[in-house]
Unconditional design. Structure first.
Length: 653
């Protein structure tokens, strides 16, 4: 075993065992995730053969830093626990060491001895053992152990020997400096530590080209800045922009995804690249690079960040199509294969062929795209469809970018099979889109969010919940009343520490599908045209969203996911759940029916809330300002969606 105290290898036959070390992801293949200031609570099973006592220590360090050690606490049944705080971004390492605790074993054995001669002989053994410990100590501790060894070697008085053996302080020093021969150490595991916004963030998505106050005019970065005060006032800290690059002209799509655009139609921002440039260029109608830098500064002054969209695909007139045709797949007739999901066709987009023989140059070029914007100060990227690119590519790219730009956060937009979504999270994506968008009933929400907050996957999968996106008007919101949008806003904001919304459309309750009940596309989708949103409209959800975001910022309980607990109700239309951070407790009750008053009894899990059985407490609704006296586990709730679809209670005892 490598003795971290000395950095030397202790040569001895291994006696101890360490197994079932947690947290770990896939046996240590991937890192667990934390943010600065969080703790990593480590547990392990550790033991030896026979009746020999063992000792365990947790070793940890920032990447290539000095090792620290903390003694592990015995939980019984050979289970051990300790923790450490990660106080800097980057990679951290940790491992568990276990070795025979000869000092503790000797003391335990010595205490059971009765015969005088047996006591004397055992004391001499203890003296030799303590002397070995003293050899590893220095200063006052060495002198203390030397005195203890001498006392144990004095065979004149059994009472004095027992008194010496009972010196807790001296033996604690002895255990600290005891030889660790026969020990073993677990494999070294890793944790990736990011900044706090990876764990807690509030996203607002909007199209800059739709921010002009003048009907029909293409919006600019200056127009976008005019929206910042209102977005900040609603409590958002991330402003997410769809691609800001030049849009292809060849095979440009028209309104409602018609095959060919009419003159003057603006096309889809995800059809990236034209004569003006590709992924590192800015659409000229939005402004210049200097204008974009001003936008970044303006957002920061308001406590917000800009998140950019990374979509690794090209329009037919992207410069790469001419300079690197080998990066695109050819059809049998020699033309480049456009994107498709039969029967759907996307003639305005060429997917990149990651199976190209020139893959190394391709990977480097894509890495340079992200690095280009990171150098400009962008520290958050939403990645479009990462599940359609190789896993190995993302693992490499994220590591490359983080090595140079450690503050960068990546959001995975992968609505796909669960194992694929989870693999992307393991590879390094900071946050992940989820199935929340389609989870509607109380049973569905309870099952899904219990999985996200309780399963081992929480060590690497951070959910970011979106009730809608420009691509998705979910069926339950098609033609739905504004009350349905209120319900989804409360759920997204309180079930997950990270959430976002496709802003103006959700804020105004946009519910018109292009093909009702047949697709989740919006009618007159903003993906293909400039929209003018009347965000000052009276029925806007802005006041509710503002209040929800203020509650999130005021309550630490809502700023993480692991404490989520569901509380049974006798009405399936009522969903009740809580989160807790120390003394801060938030209890949410939601009427999932947007049309009808629903009432019922809630059976609170008082232990999850940190409340004693039968305790009296007050629940204060942070949305309405009303307060109610409650007692014990069973309490009554009634919610009228015409007035309020939810309670967001803080609890005072």
């Amino acid at each position: 075993m490598n003795d971290r105290r000395s950095g030397t290898l202790v040569e001895a036959a291994p006696y101890a065992v360490v197994e079932n070390l947690r947290p770990q992801v896939d046996g240590g293949r991937f890192a667990v995730k934390r943010v600065v200031g969080e703790s990593v609570v480590v547990t392990a099973d550790a033991f030896s053969h026979g009746h020999e006592r063992v000792a365990c220590a947790l070793h940890y360090r920032p990447w290539q830093g000095e090792w620290s050690e903390v003694e592990m606490e015995s939980l019984g049944n050979d289970r051990w626990k300790a923790s450490f705080i990660v106080d800097a971004m980057g990679r951290w390492e940790y491992a568990v060491a276990c070795w025979p605790d000869h000092v503790a074993s000797w003391r335990e054995s010595f205490a059971r001895r009765l015969d005088r001669e047996d006591v004397m002989l055992a004391a001499r053994t203890g003296a030799e053992l303590v002397a070995q410990c003293a050899a590893n100590a220095t200063g006052d501790e060495r002198e203390t152990l030397a005195r203890l060894a001498a006392a144990l070697a004095d065979e004149r008085d059994v009472a004095r020997l027992r008194a010496a053996a009972g010196d807790e302080t001296a033996f604690a020093i002895a255990r600290r400096h005891a030889p660790r021969a026969g020990g073993c150490e677990s494999p070294t595991l890793t944790a990736v530590v990011e900044r706090e916004r990876a764990r807690f963030s509030t996203w607002y998505e909007l199209f800059p080209r739709s921010t002009s106050p003048e009907p029909g005019r293409h919006g600019t970065f200056a127009d976008l800045e005019e929206r910042f005060d209102a977005i900040a006032a609603m409590g958002f800290d991330v402003v997410y922009l769809p691609p800001i690059h030049p849009i292809g002209r060849e095979k440009r799509k028209g309104g409602n995804n018609t095959p060919l655009a009419a003159p003057g139609e603006v096309g889809s921002p995800w059809a990236i690249g034209a004569a003006e440039g590709g992924h590192t260029a800015i659409h000229p109608e939005l402004g210049t690079l200097a204008d974009f830098r001003h936008v970044l500064r303006s957002a920061r002054l308001r406590g917000m960040e800009i998140a950019l969209d990374i979509a690794f695909q090209c329009a037919p007139d992207h410069p790469w199509v001419r300079s690197h045709p080998e990066w695109f797949r050819k059809r049998p007739d020699g033309t480049i294969q456009h994107a498709e999901n039969p029967p759907k066709k996307y003639e305005d987009i060429y997917p990149i062929d990651f199976e190209t023989r020139d893959w190394r140059a391709l990977w480097q070029a894509l890495r340079d795209v992200v690095a280009c914007w990171a150098r400009e100060g962008v520290e958050i990227f939403r990645v479009d469809n990462p599940h359609t690119k190789p896993f190995a590519f993302w693992e490499w790219l994220i590591a490359e970018i983080r090595a140079e730009f450690p503050r960068v956060i990546f959001l995975s937009e992968a609505f796909t099979r669960p194992r694929v979504m989870h693999r992307l999270a393991k590879l390094g994506f900071s946050q992940s889109y989820t199935y929340f968008t389609w989870r509607v009933t109380g049973a569905e929400l309870t099952e899904y969010f219990t999985e996200l907050s309780r399963d081992d996957s929480r060590e690497y999968f951070r959910p970011n919940c979106w009730p809608n996106t420009p691509d998705i008007l979910p069926y339950h919101l098609q033609g739905a009343p504004l009350a349905a949008f209120r319900v989804r806003a409360v759920l997204a904001a309180t079930l997950a520490a990270n959430y976002g919304m496709y802003g103006p459309a959700f804020e105004l309750g946009e519910n018109r599908p292009r093909d009702p009940g047949e697709s989740e596309e919006y009618l007159d989708s903003e993906k293909y045209e400039i929209k003018r949103w009347d965000v000052a409209r009276g029925e806007s959800l802005a006041p509710l969203v503002s209040r929800l975001n203020a509650i999130r910022k005021a309550h630490a309980a809502l700023q993480s996911d692991w404490s989520l607990a569901f509380h049974p109700t006798d009405n399936p239309q009522l969903l009740c759940y809580s989160k807790r951070a120390g003394a801060d407790r938030v209890l949410v009750a939601v009427n999932l029916d947007p049309a009808t008053v629903q009432a019922g009894w809630v059976d609170l899990d008082l232990a999850a809330l940190g409340l004693d059985p039968g305790a009296a407490f007050t629940v204060a609704d942070e949305l309405s300002g009303a307060s109610y006296p409650w007692r014990g586990a069973r309490n009554f709730v009634m919610l009228d969606p015409a007035r309020a679809s939810a309670h967001v209670f803080s609890i005072a005892t």
